[in-house]
Write a protein that binds this ligand. Structure first.
Ligand SMILES: [Zn+2]
Length: 428
């Protein structure tokens, strides 16, 4: 048995935090009470810390199979555990792409070998992520895919997207849409605006994202199907989704920590670690993302953890790979930029990082409750530290937050009742 004592519990259900001990037997939470006297085999003293349901990431890239030099399921899950994530859903844009049941099974099998976090595969909407021919959705679902996405690439053909939404509804599967009009993106590499002009770098108009958000909302609305919009980054997208939700459209969405923590000024100096897709936007967009998180328009925070090899970043800005290694800074960025300034409460952050993502993906997790699986993250809200990418468990050291001081740190991570990180030390 494992007992987590003296912590402030934010359980994903009660809006008010409370002081309690949590007793775990095997994989299960068996007691939550103000004082538990049962002698456990392992005791974690959480005095001064907050005890949360393990974070659930609805959007990450683990790079296996095919790009193990960037990340693999072992390094990726250890990185997730270090960031307090107990369940993660990985995108299918690997090599080969996860577009058939055998590959879904491969991911699941590899994840069972590496037990630092639970991995849920997201499978492709179209074969080879080509945007042309639908995958065998029912086979993918039976194999264990929790959602469908061509993430990394948009589904440019609206007819294919419409068909995909119709089929996916039949199998009760969620489609996660990477909203980007490639013709509008052109050869742009950062947000189009004042900064791209000053820096002499080709810009990407916000419209490249927003026209696709609008298209997918219209398709979901007319078909009455759900759709989930990935990595929302602009004021316009937030407003489109806000209005659609008011009309009752079944649209949900996510943003990533870098879209509320950094803006396009960060590109000054041409640090390729600031290159991400969609690009970092302006301070005004950051404000709109924060408003969207506050009023509930943006349902969840997902990492879009996108590790790359150093060689893919240490090149000219326009040639550099897009993405940020995000697991290990996600909570601290959210705590520093959202909870500490009082934008949202820690309970609301738990909803966005644990409860809602578990519900949207329809997977176990997201709440601390007797009888529930013991997926638990303990954080120290008072701890300030400086981000050092050399300490990342991820193979990807690509983070524009290197050297920044953040507040709030994950200290212990418990998956299925097993302590996988203790005092910031990964044990698996
Ligand atoms: Zn994407």
């Amino acid at each position: 048995m494992l007992c987590i004592k003296n912590g402030i519990v934010v359980d994903g259900i009660n809006p008010e935090p409370y002081k309690a001990d949590i007793l775990v037997d095997g994989k299960e939470i068996i007691e939550i009470a103000s004082e538990i006297s049962t002698v456990a085999d392992v005791t974690i003293d959480a005095a001064g810390k907050c005890v949360l349901p393990g974070f659930v990431d609805a959007h990450c890239h683990l790079r296996e199979p095919g790009y193990e030099y960037k990340e693999d399921i072992g390094s990726g899950t250890r990185s997730a555990a270090a960031g307090g994530f107990t369940s993660i859903a990985c995108m299918p844009n690997t090599h080969p792409a996860v577009d058939n049941a055998a590959l879904v099974n491969f991911i699941k099998m590899r994840a069972l070998e590496e037990r630092a976090a639970k991995v849920y595969p997201i499978a492709a909407v179209t074969k080879g992520l080509k945007g042309e021919e639908l995958t065998e959705m029912w086979e993918l679902k039976k194999a264990g895919a929790v959602a469908l996405s061509d993430d990394g690439k948009p589904i440019m053909n609206a007819g294919i997207m419409r068909l995909a939404l119709q089929y996916a509804r039949g199998f009760d599967m969620l489609i996660i849409s990477h909203c980007e009009d490639l013709q509008l993106t052109g050869d742009g590499v950062m947000n189009e605006g004042y900064m791209s002009t000053v820096l002499g770098v080709k810009g990407i108009t916000r419209a490249a994202e927003e026209v696709m958000v609008a298209r997918d909302i219209i398709l979901a609305e007319t078909l009455k199907t759900p759709v989930h919009i990935a990595h929302v980054s602009t004021r316009g997208s937030v407003e489109l989704i806000r209005q659609a939700k008011k009309r009752g459209v079944k649209v949900t969405c996510e943003t990533a920590p870098h879209y509320f923590s950094a803006a396009d000024e960060w590109v000054d100096g041409y640090d390729a670690d600031t290159k991400v897709n969609p690009p970092l936007r302006t301070a005004d967009d950051v404000e709109a993302i924060i408003e969207g998180l506050k009023d509930g328009t943006i349902d969840i925070i997902a990492t879009d953890h996108a590790p790359h090899h150093r060689d893919e970043k240490e090149v000219e800005y326009s040639l550099a790979a897009s993405g940020i290694s995000g697991f290990e800074t996600a909570f601290s960025l959210a705590y520093t930029h959202l909870v500490e300034p009082g934008v949202i409460s820690l309970h609301q952050l738990v909803e966005k990082m644990s409860t809602r993502p578990a519900d949207i993906l329809n997977i176990d997790g997201g709440r601390l409750q007797v009888g529930k699986t013991a997926d638990i993250t303990v954080v120290d809200p008072a701890k300030e530290y400086t981000v050092d990418v050399s300490q990342f468990h991820s193979k990807g050291k690509n983070s524009p937050f290197h050297g920044r001081t953040l507040k709030g740190k994950v200290v212990h991570t418990i998956v299925d009742g097993r302590v996988v990180m203790e005092n910031e030390k990964i044990l698996v």
